[in-house]
Write a protein that binds this ligand. Structure first.
Ligand code: AMP
Length: 191
């Protein structure tokens, strides 16, 4: 099983690269942002709750996120491995993920950190906002808050995996295919 955490700030290209990875390695994609947006489009209670946090660029509370991921992991238990995209975003979530995987004798194989400078992130998110329709991609103040939240609450998760010897950094600037090649060279070693 190849269980990968694809990590990086908002706008680093996690969604784009996830699609390429799942195609090449036949993995299941678990994106917590996509799951919340799906709940919202169906008007569920969970979706409406998540919206109040997402609209401001803040994190949805850990217990809500963890419960949603746990259900999804059970649903996808036959898969060959999972790409976690946008999760874990706090050290508490990372601990919970380790515990969930341990129950089925699994573990995280590695974390790939896509490194992209802040100015480039803002440019990419605003550009994506023109077509994504995501309100959190269109307002500079919300974008800046998401970057701040990433640095304060999410970046410590990289140290968590570094402590386990599982952190791999990939340069996240360049063509989509070049970045993908950087990711593949890590995944091929982990296989
Ligand atoms: P994303 O699509 O990954 O950029 O996520 C969009 C928004 O969903 C984030 O700004 C958060 O409000 C919320 N979100 C997604 N994943 C998580 C998570 N693992 N923990 C807390 N909030 C999350």
């Amino acid at each position: 099983m190849l269980n990968i955490v694809l990590f990086g700030p908002p706008g680093a290209g996690k969604g784009t690269q996830s699609e390429k990875i799942i195609d090449q390695y036949q993995l299941t994609h678990i994106s917590t942002g996509d799951l919340f947006r799906k709940h919202l489009s169906h008007g569920t209670e969970l979706g409406l709750l998540a919206k109040t946090y997402m609209d401001e660029g803040n994190l949805v509370p850990d217990d809500v996120v963890i419960q949603m991921v746990e259900l999804k992991i059970i649903e996808d238990r036959e898969s060959r491995g999972v790409i976690f995209d946008g999760f874990p975003r706090t050290v508490n979530q990372a601990n919970a993920l380790d515990n969930m995987l341990e129950k089925s004798g699994q573990t995280i194989s590695g974390m790939i950190l896509l490194e992209v400078e802040e100015d480039e992130l803002r440019k990419r998110i605003l550009l994506r906002g023109q077509s994504s329709g995501r309100s959190d991609d269109q307002d500079l103040e919300k974008i800046n808050n998401r970057i701040r939240v990433y640095q304060a609450e999410t970046l410590p998760v990289a140290n968590y995996y570094q402590g386990q010897g599982k952190l791999y950094k990939v340069h996240g600037i360049g063509s989509i295919d070049d970045i993908f090649r950087g990711i593949c060279s890590v995944l091929d070693k982990l296989l």
